[in-house]
Design a protein around this ligand. Structure first.
Ligand code: C2E
Ligand code: MG
Ligand code: MG
Ligand code: MG
Length: 291
C-alpha cells in the first residue's frame, strides 16, 4: 500500500543503502569490462574415485582477477552477474575456456579427464543445447569430456522443458550432474525421468557428517537414492580423512574437496593429471578394526 511504498522510499534514501547501490553500480561496470579485459580465469578442482584415488574429473570454477581487489571467487560477483544477465556472456566464456583448455591438454599429451562446468538457471533457460553444440564444434572437444552441472532449482522450474533440454544434451554425448543435491526441491518423480548421470551431495551435509547423525542419515539416503536410480554419487566439500572414511564406508562413489586438493590454476591441474597421483589413497583404505 501507500504507507508501504513510502517506507520503501525512506529506506531507499538511507545513506548506507545509497553507498551500497553505488558500490553495486561500480561493481556492475567493472564486471561488464572484465570479459573484454580478460580478467576471468578458471581454476580446476580434482574429483577423485573412491576405490583407486585416481582423478576421474575436474570441476572448472570461475575466478575474477580484479585489478584492485585481487583474486575473487564467485561469491563476490556471481549473484550480480545473474541479476544483470551478464552471466550469459560470462557463462559462455566459461564453457568455451573449459573446453579449449581440456582440448589443449589432450593435444599436449596430458591424460585428460572430463571437465565439469557449472550452469546457472539463467543460462539453462537460454538455448543451452545450441550453445554447447557450437562450443564443442569450435573447440573440437569430445563431448564425452564435458559434464554440465545444474542445480535442482534450475531444473525444476519447468520440468517438461528441462526434460527436453537434458535429452538433447545427452544426445550430444555430454554428461549431466545435479549440483548441491539435497538443498533444492527435486521432485523424485522428475528425478526418476531426468537423464542425469550424477548426484553431487551438497557440502552442507558433509561438513558435520562425522558428528551429526542427521547429516549422516541424509548422506546415506542420497547415496542409496542415487544408486537406486543407477547414478553416480559424488560428495562435495570433503575436508578430512574421517569424512572420507565415513562416506567410503557408506558406498559413496567419488569425492571432491580440500582434503584432496583445492581448486588450482590450469598449469597446476595439468601437473596433477600428468603425475597421475592417486590422491590420499591411503586414507581411503578402511582402518583395521574400524568396521
Ligand atoms: P559449486 O559448484 O557447488 O562448487 C563447489 C564450491 O565449493 C567451490 O566454491 C569450491 O571451491 C568449494 N569447495 C570445494 N571443496 C571444498 C571443501 O573441501 N571445503 C569447502 N568449504 N569448500 C570447498 P567456489 O569456487 O567459491 O564456487 C562457489 C559456487 O559458485 C559454485 O558452487 C557454483 O555454484 C558457482 N560457480 C562457480 N563457478 C561458476 C561458473 O563458472 N558458472 C556459474 N554459473 N556458477 C559458478
Ligand atoms: Mg558445481
Ligand atoms: Mg555444489
Ligand atoms: Mg553451489
Amino acid at each position: 500500500g501507500a504507507a508501504n511504498s513510502r517506507e520503501q522510499r525512506f529506506e531507499f534514501y538511507r545513506p548506507e543503502l545509497n553507498r551500497g547501490a553505488s558500490e553495486r553500480f561500480k561493481l556492475e561496470g567493472a564486471l561488464r569490462r572484465a570479459l573484454e579485459r580478460s580478467e576471468f580465469e578458471l581454476h580446476y578442482q580434482p574429483q577423485v574415485a573412491l576405490g583407486s584415488g585416481a582423478i576421474i574429473g575436474v570441476e572448472a570454477l570461475l575466478r575474477w582477477r580484479h585489478p584492485e581487489r585481487g583474486l575473487l571467487g564467485p561469491g563476490a560477483f556471481i549473484e550480480l552477474a545473474e541479476e544483470t544477465g551478464l552471466i550469459l556472456p560470462i557463462g559462455e566464456w566459461v564453457l568455451r575456456r573449459a573446453c579449449e583448455q581440456t582440448r589443449a591438454w589432450q593435444q599436449n599429451g596430458v591424460p585428460v579427464v572430463p571437465v565439469s562446468v557449472n550452469l546457472s538457471a539463467r543460462q539453462f533457460a537460454e538455448h543451452i543445447p545450441e550453445t554447447v553444440r557450437r562450443i564443442l564444434d569450435e573447440t573440437g572437444l569430445d563431448p564425452a569430456l564435458l559434464e554440465l552441472e545444474l542445480t535442482e532449482s534450475a531444473s525444476m522450474d519447468d520440468p517438461k522443458r528441462t526434460f527436453e533440454i537434458l535429452r538433447r544434451l545427452k544426445e550430444m554425448g555430454v554428461s549431466l550432474a545435479i549440483d548441491d543435491f539435497g538443498t533444492g526441491y527435486s521432485s523424485l518423480n522428475y528425478l526418476k525421468r531426468f537423464p542425469v548421470d550424477k548426484l553431487k551431495l551438497d557440502q552442507s551435509f558433509v561438513r558435520e557428517i562425522v558428528s551429526d547423525p542427521h547429516d549422516l542419515s541424509i548422506a546415506r539416503a542420497v547415496i542409496a537414492l542415487g544408486h537406486g536410480l543407477r547414478l553416480t554419487v559424488i560428495a562435495e566439500g570433503v575436508e578430512s580423512a574421517a569424512q572420507l572414511a565415513l562416506l567410503a564406508r557408506h558406498g559413496c562413489d567419488e569425492m571432491q574437496g580440500y582434503f584432496f586438493s583445492r581448486p588450482v590454476p590450469a598449469s597446476e591441474c595439468a601437473r596433477l593429471l600428468c603425475d597421475g597421483v592417486a590422491l590420499s589413497v591411503d586414507a581411503m583404505r578402511p582402518a583395521p578394526g574400524r568396521r
